[in-house]
Design a protein around this ligand. Structure first.
Ligand code: XIL
Length: 298
């Protein structure tokens, strides 16, 4: 096939992009997104600060705009993210104990209920581990203790039993202390029947990064009985080295049957959150060498 989405679909996978709703009015942005991709994720619009600016008062306007736009074009929607230490609204930051617990559970229930049937997967919990495999000492961890991740997944499952429920993180691009700690958590969840369906590998990279155990890492998670997804792929750099790194990641996903799809973290370098041109289309929406490598690998 001649587009990323259609090529991914040939093997039953999706190829998505992170989207900022305020860019959809730019025709080149919208055309590239609609033509090349078959899945979207909101870059910011479904995060806690955006969806619940005041306690118990939900604002779904930004997320709904993206969902409606995608559905009108037959595209899938990933949900990102229900609980994260970053981009929390100010009112959450000072909460303690059961006030924070109830806020977290109420938030998950409110957002996951609203998007039930619209999102195929949720990043229920984002970035809860440190490089050394310890838990990040976020307000959630410090106030609620180790059980908060399990509590979050159980609440998400109750609110939207049909969505795939994922744990999502970065720096998990191989077998290392961080990915092993997450692996152990997922194994424990599967053993005890805690609802988890998938693990997201953000995959924020630089050209030439060592990916020697990338595929093996995806495979060991899949062997636990969860799907794996490449959720925020971008690769700083240019030319053939950038293209080769994108190709390695794509090949790894294609080689792991439970790798269900790839999302790149933006459409065009022009609007990337990074300043090192990490995406598949340049500032003028021209296909880069990395684009061709990914298309050929799908
Ligand atoms: C980033 C967005 O791209 C930026 O627009 C925002 O200012 C900060 O967040 N890991 C994640 C994403 O899970 O939500 C982050 O997105 C990038 C790192």
């Amino acid at each position: 096939a001649t587009t990323l989405g259609a090529s991914a679909a040939e093997s039953g996978r999706y190829f998505g992009a992170a989207v900022a709703g305020n860019r959809l009015s730019e025709s080149a942005y919208a055309n590239t997104l609609a033509t090349e991709f078959n899945s979207v994720v909101a870059e910011n619009a479904m995060k806690w600060d955006a969806t619940e600016p005041n306690p118990g008062q939900f604002n779904f306007s930004g997320g709904d705009q993206i969902v409606t736009w995608a559905q009108q074009r037959g595209m899938k929607v990933r949900g990102h993210t229900l609980v994260w230490h970053a981009q929390q609204p100010g009112w959450v930051e000072g909460l303690t104990g059961n006030n924070l617990r109830n806020a977290m559970l109420n938030h998950i229930t409110g957002v996951a209920n609203h998007y039930e049937g619209d999102v195929f997967a949720w990043d229920v919990v984002n970035e809860a581990f440190e490089w050394d495999g310890s838990r990040r000492q976020s307000n959630l961890q410090q106030q609620l203790g180790n059980g908060w991740i399990e509590e979050a997944f159980r609440a998400a499952d109750a609110a939207d039993p049909g969505a795939r429920l994922c744990y999502n993180d970065y720096g998990t691009d191989g077998i290392n202390s961080k990915s092993t700690a997450i692996y152990n958590m997922v194994a424990d969840f599967k053993n005890r029947g805690v609802p988890i369906d998938c693990v997201g590998f953000q995959t924020h990279l630089s050209a030439g990064d060592n990916l020697g155990t990338y595929q093996q890492n995806l495979q060991r998670f899949a062997a636990l009985g969860v799907d794996v997804e490449i959720t925020e792929l971008d690769v700083g750099g240019s030319g053939s080295s950038q293209a080769a790194t994108f190709e390695t990641v794509t090949n790894a996903c294609m080689a792991v049957s439970r790798c269900t799809g790839i999302t790149v973290w933006g459409v065009t370098d022009k609007y990337s959150w990074r300043d090192d041109d990490p995406l598949l289309f340049d500032d003028n929406y021209q296909k880069k060498q990395a684009y061709t490598s990914v298309l050929n690998a799908l």
